[in-house]
Ligand binder design. Structure first.
Ligand SMILES: Nc1ncnc2c1ncn2[C@@H]1O[C@H](COP(=O)(O)OP(=O)(O)OP(=O)(O)O)[C@@H](O)[C@H]1O
Ligand SMILES: [Mg+2]
Length: 378
């Protein structure tokens, strides 16, 4: 790389003594291996305004200025620009002051009268490098903290909340099986059982949400599977739970592909479950799987009140749900179903889309490429 390709370093020189300032700038010019663009100011007030603007690489700061003196100068600059490398200039060779300057946030310390060009350039460059390393460490630390928080949160959801809940639903099931209960007792137990199942589902949705939001993401367990079989299963399960509902499932072509069967089932169950939940009692829910050659397309259709346009725009965001809920809101969920479904589809390299109108009702459809993207020919 030739010299003139090297970008000049932008230095803010804060020095009120004109003689010192001139000397420093001349020393910098002497060094041929580095180019500096120097901006010179003489007061703290100007310095604090200048460090707020973008584009500076490093600051060279005198510790005795007309409007600021000593270590407080450092603190003020650091507060105004925490990420900017800072080298301090002082009139006295004082080891203790040097240490305190570094503690206050400076990366290096130079004594006036002992400064030569090469020394100055090296101090400025080291300051930039040191600051970069410090910032890198800070970022690592923040990432570690997020990871720790994520682990704790997943632990609370996955064990601390799930285990007692399993005890509740397990024991409710046990009591129901023992029998010998009066009808009101049986009903109460049934409600305990249904509610705890619902809560367990919510917890696993929040677990999924936490996984996708706080890093980690989905790790897919891809196997060679048939999406037609999955749709059959999902529809059958919902048929049992909603005997009054009509389900129309039609599939064509091949449904084979390399997908994560559990995740695809979860996505399909969210969409078909929504279609059941948000359509009139006696209407039909239609599920169609089409063979599109290198992928499949699955459509889930229902009639009923369409999703309003303003909500449709954010429908795949987490925690978006209908304001009204259904009957006292007791059946409405967390608003995570579509978010999770979209994340699952995206993880497979597919897309999820929706259309909702008064006349045609609501249709969600997803397209899944049959193979992972990396399997494509290079
Ligand atoms: N097929 C549909 N027809 C009409 N409205 C729908 C349909 N699917 C979703 N919606 C609307 O979109 C909202 C968000 O759906 P989503 O599945 O993300 O959350 P939810 O069903 O409210 O709760 P969760 O799925 O987390 O239990 C729903 O509350 C509902 O208002
Ligand atoms: Mg839902």
């Amino acid at each position: 790389m030739s010299m003139d390709e090297v970008k000049p370093l932008r230095l803010l020189l804060v020095e009120d003594n004109p003689g010192d300032a001139r000397l420093l700038q001349e020393e910098l010019k002497e060094v041929s291996s580095a180019r500096f663009e120097v901006r010179h100011v003489t007061r703290m007030a100007e310095a604090l305004a200048a460090v707020g603007e973008p584009g500076l690489d490093v600051v060279l700061l005198d510790l005795s200025l007309p409007d600021g003196h000593g270590l407080s100068n450092i603190e003020r600059v650091v507060q105004a620009a925490p990420a900017l490398p800072l080298v301090v200039l002082t009139g006295t060779d004082d080891e203790q002051l040097a240490m305190r300057a570094v503690h206050a946030g400076a990366q290096d310390y130079l004594v006036k009268g002992q400064v030569t060009g090469p020394l100055l350039v090296r101090a400025l460059r080291y300051a930039i490098e040191r600051k970069r390393a410090e910032e890198g460490l800070k970022r690592e630390e923040a990432a570690r903290e997020t990871a720790l928080f994520r682990e704790q949160f997943l632990g609370i959801l996955g064990h601390d909340l799930r285990n007692p809940l399993q005890a509740i639903s397990g024991n409710a099931a046990l009591l129901l099986r023992y029998g010998g209960l009066s009808e009101p007792q049986r009903k109460a137990l049934n409600r305990i059982s249904i509610s705890s199942d619902r809560m367990a589902r919510m917890i696993s949705d929040i677990l999924d949400f936490t996984r996708t939001r706080l890093g980690g993401g989905y790790t897919l367990q891809r196997t060679w599977m048939n999406v037609h079989e999955v749709l059959n299963q999902v529809v059958e399960e919902l048929e049992v739970a909603h005997p009054q509902k009509r389900f129309e499932l039609s599939v064509s072509g091949t449904g084979w592909g390399e997908w994560d069967a559990d995740r695809v089932a979860q996505a399909a169950s969210n969409l078909v479950g929504n279609a059941v939940q948000y359509s009139p009692e006696d209407s039909a829910v239609r599920v169609v799987a089409r063979d599109e050659g290198d992928g499949v397309r699955v459509e889930v259709h229902n009639l009923g009140t369409p999703i309003p346009d303003e909500r449709l725009q954010h429908i795949f965001d987490p925690f978006v749900r209908g304001r009204d809920g259904t009957r006292s809101g007791s059946r409405s969920g967390l608003g995570l179903g579509l978010y999770i479904t979209n994340e699952i589809v995206k993880a497979h390299g597919g897309v999820l889309q929706v259309r909702s109108t008064e006349t045609e009702g609501t249709c969600f459809w997803l397209k899944l490429p049959r193979h992972p993207p990396t399997a494509a020919k290079a």
